[in-house]
Write a protein of this length. Structure first.
Length: 423
């Protein structure tokens, strides 16, 4: 046990975050026993009448944002827990579409500190429990939980949820989940519940997903089977059995995630109209996902950090380039070394003209030289994403594009950099 002294409930949020970072030996420590014990003490396992838990390799944040936008339009009081944050810790918890003040987080952390007693919690576990405490205090009607890592052993899986969602499945977090897609499928499917709806938005998932649903008696809704969708030029349609939704507005977020979100809402049997769905789809957005932050030159940021998400990012950039008649693409990239750097940047080779590789800080950070080893041609290394971005911006013409990708940390640092230069 740590000999650290916990801050007071009235202490600044920064003091609490420093305390939590030093409380446990590891920021990630998979397993449910510790968090479950604390959740039972605080009566946090059912923080709202309706709970939807969202797992997946990519698309979790987008799916949560679409669920949130539709539910808010329908008049529900909604709580969302997501991670990691881009700039501020407060981004991890939203209630009624808004972040909470620092002092609310501090008070929630103090409550979890009281509940935990002798139990050692990782930063993620502590934050997850504090989010549940906030949802309970605010008496939200629907909670949307984004799984942090995997599913089966993630701290969010201590919650008694009503609908389980898997957005996509690919190899990622190799150090924690391995590189066997069947094992990864089993870990994600670990959020399924007996006799409860389980939604899978991954086409042709590994056999472990339907097998686990069958083993525990979960009600599986698989894209391409129980539900499906089709895109036309300016709209899209969705159907499940005999139920159809037509002429839906195309969202700014990935369409597969929108289709998966609609199935989750249908399975949740919440009171939502076709108009709520159309309004929510039109409104839903998420920082760091195809986020346009400047128009001349056009600057787009995306947290794409694995081959699957980079492939999608490259396709979307090609559409933007063609539609808006853009010139060269200048790419600022910084990544973590436990990601598949080679395969991720390979997905971008055909679309990128100039590379600006940068180093991140921290034990998981890749250096610019590690990234350069997988880039075509000659590239100059940059010590920080900010320096790489400033150089790219200087060298890009008005009709060019500057893109920023590779990690939540990369996009977060450039977001902070942009905010500081605009003050």
């Amino acid at each position: 046990m740590s000999g650290l002294t916990a801050p007071l409930a009235t202490a600044p949020l920064a003091d609490w975050l420093t305390y939590l970072e030093n409380l446990h030996t590891s920021a990630i420590d998979l397993g449910l026993d510790r968090a479950s014990r604390v959740a039972q003490r605080g009566q946090l396992t059912k923080p709202a009448p309706h709970v939807i838990t969202v797992a997946g390799t990519n698309g979790k944040g987008s799916t949560c944002a679409i669920l949130e936008a539709i539910l808010l339009d329908a008049g529900y009081k909604v709580g969302v827990y997501s991670s990691p944050h881009l700039v501020r810790y407060n981004e991890r918890v939203r209630i009624s579409g808004a972040e909470l003040a620092d002092d609310e987080h501090s008070r929630a952390f103090a409550a979890i500190e009281m509940y935990r007693q002798e139990v050692s919690l990782s930063l993620f576990e502590f934050g997850t429990l504090a989010a549940l405490e906030l949802f309970k205090r605010h008496q939200v009607e629907v909670v949307i939980l984004e799984v942090g890592l995997g599913g089966r052993l993630d701290a969010t899986n201590i919650v008694d949820h009503d609908v389980s969602v898997i957005t996509s499945l690919a190899v990622d977090h190799v150090d924690w989940l391995g590189d066997d897609i069947e094992v990864i499928g089993y870990e994600k499917a670990g959020i399924f519940r007996s006799q409860k709806p389980a939604i899978c938005g991954q086409p042709n998932p590994p056999a472990t997903v339907p097998a686990h649903a069958d083993d525990i008696g979960a009600k599986l809704y698989q894209v391409g089977y129980q539900f499906d969708y089709k895109q036309s030029e300016n709209s899209w349609s969705w159907h499940c059995g005999a139920f159809d939704l037509n002429d839906l507005p195309l969202p700014s977020l990935p369409l597969p995630n929108a289709a998966t979100a609609l199935m989750a809402l249908g399975a949740a049997e919440l009171d939502i109209s076709d108009e709520n769905i159309a309004n929510g789809l039109a409104k839903a957005s998420l920082p760091g996902r195809m986020e346009r932050v400047s128009e001349s030159p056009l600057v787009i940021m995306d947290v794409a950090h694995n081959p699957h998400s980079a492939q999608y990012f490259a396709r979307q950039l090609a559409l933007v380039k063609q539609r808006e008649n853009k010139g060269r693409i200048h790419a600022v990239v910084a990544m973590l070394h436990d990601k598949d750097i080679a395969a991720t940047v390979a997905e971008m080779h055909d679309i990128v003209d100039e590379w600006y590789p940068a180093s991140l800080e921290g034990p998981r950070a890749a250096t610019a030289d590690e990234i350069i080893a997988h880039l075509p041609g000659d590239s100059q290394p940059y010590p920080t994403p900010e320096q790489a971005y400033d150089t790219a911006l200087t060298e890009a013409g008005d009709e060019d594009m500057v893109i920023v990708f590779g990690s939540f940390y990369t996009v977060g640092q450039i977001s902070s950099h942009l905010a500081s230069t605009q003050e």
